[in-house]
Design a protein around this ligand. Structure first.
Ligand code: SF4
Length: 375
């Protein structure tokens, strides 16, 4: 798998078209991205049969099986139509050039060359759909690069395969479109590189952006909200002179920033609560809708569950107990109840200490937070 990423990679162009300051975000939870990378690695291994098989979880295995089935169907259909066997290029680097100048590059999951016709397949292992190929910046950049790499090709058939959504979108591009596609990509990257670029905050784009911390446009919007909220309780706190948290070194200024943060987060909570109330009362919003999350499953009747399982399968007691958790607070209450008044606290404390000493009482790592001092 090629791990090189261009500064303006084809997969980032859609976000950059919405705001030229957008950068990919390396902070926060990366588990979904890692799971997708593992699926890509497995698909590459399967198609090339090189090296050891990368391990996959059961859902990843299912997504890869769906993707393979899509590849089989798409390539079989084209092979039957063109009556040519394809040459496969797996994890193929394509370079988009304007004349001799390299504009950007990317790595295509799969190119199948049928002479004049090229097939490009890109797997999308995430849970969110992407715009279909003809409306998609990544597809357009790959197509431009593929036309440049295969000068004999007159047509590119592009497919996005979304196994998690059981969705497959396709679009066809003709060679005559290549100069315009290259120019479009080149123009966007020129804007992104310009120091005078105009940033365009939007909720959808900003939430995935790696420039959030230092973004002046987002900072301005946030501070405008704080100023607006503060209007109703003037003089309570000052706003910091510097809004980029990375640049605040003065503790007095950071104090002001923390106060603004508290105000902003209260405002966010109030927006959520008031909007929920409006929605429940029948108001519909243009971009937001009410969704429900099912409550977390819980088994509280441990013994009854084990007894029932005995009639349904062969689960052994040690295996079953390994799935159970003891609530230390509840346990403490039960231990306390064993002792007479006056001895409850001391006896419970020494039993819990004993459990702690022999390593039976585990502690999750604690967390640190800042809160306002009580004066
Ligand atoms: S955080 Fe700033 S740079 Fe990033 S997308 Fe939003 S407005 Fe653009």
């Amino acid at each position: 798998m090629i791990n090189q990423h261009a500064k303006h990679s084809p997969s980032s162009l859609g976000n950059k078209a919405n705001c030229p300051g957008w950068t990919s975000n390396n902070r926060g939870d990366k588990s979904a991205a890692i799971a997708g990378t593992e699926c890509h690695a497995w698909m590459e291994w399967h198609m090339s049969q090189k090296g050891p098989e990368p391990p996959l979880t059961a859902p990843q295995r299912a997504f890869c099986a769906i993707s393979l089935e899509s590849v089989r169907k798409i390539t079989n259909a084209l092979t039957a139509q063109i009556k040519l066997k394809p040459v496969f290029y797996i994890e193929q680097k394509v370079v988009i050039k304007q004349g001799k100048r390299e504009v950007t590059f990317g790595t295509v999951d799969l190119i199948a060359s049928y002479g004049k016709v090229l097939l490009i397949i890109d797997y999308k292992f995430g849970a969110l759909p992407v715009p279909e190929p003809r409306e998609n910046w990544q597809a357009q950049a790959y197509v431009a690069g593929a036309f440049q790499m295969f000068p004999g090709a007159t047509e590119v058939q592009f497919h996005f395969v979304h196994p998690q959504l059981k969705l497959h979108t396709t679009g066809t591009f003709l060679r005559a479109e290549e100069p315009a596609l290259t120019k479009k990509v080149d123009n966007l990257i020129t804007i992104c590189e310009s120091p005078d670029k105009i940033l365009k905050p939007s909720d959808l784009n900003c939430q995935w952006c790696g420039s959030r911390v230092e973004c002046p446009a987002l900072g301005k919007q946030a501070l405008a909200v704080v100023e607006g909220v503060q209007g109703s309780c003037e003089g309570v706190f000052d706003l910091p002179a510097e809004f980029n948290p990375q640049n605040i070194t003065d503790p007095v200024e950071m104090d002001k920033a923390l106060a603004a943060r508290a105000m902003l987060s209260k405002w966010c909570d109030d927006v959520k609560d008031c909007a929920l109330e409006m929605n429940r009362a029948g108001t519909k919003f243009t971009n937001f809708e009410l969704r429900s999350r099912r409550g977390k499953k819980e088994i509280t009747k441990i013994k009854e569950t084990f007894d029932t399982l005995q009639t349904l399968c062969n689960i052994e007691l040690p295996d079953f107990l390994a799935t159970c958790k003891v609530d230390p607070k509840l346990l403490e209450t039960m231990i306390k109840a064993q002792f007479p008044t006056g001895q409850k606290a001391s006896n419970t404390a020494s039993i819990m200490e004993e459990l702690d000493d022999i390593g039976l009482l585990e502690r999750r790592p604690g967390s640190q937070f800042l809160c306002r001092k009580r004066s």
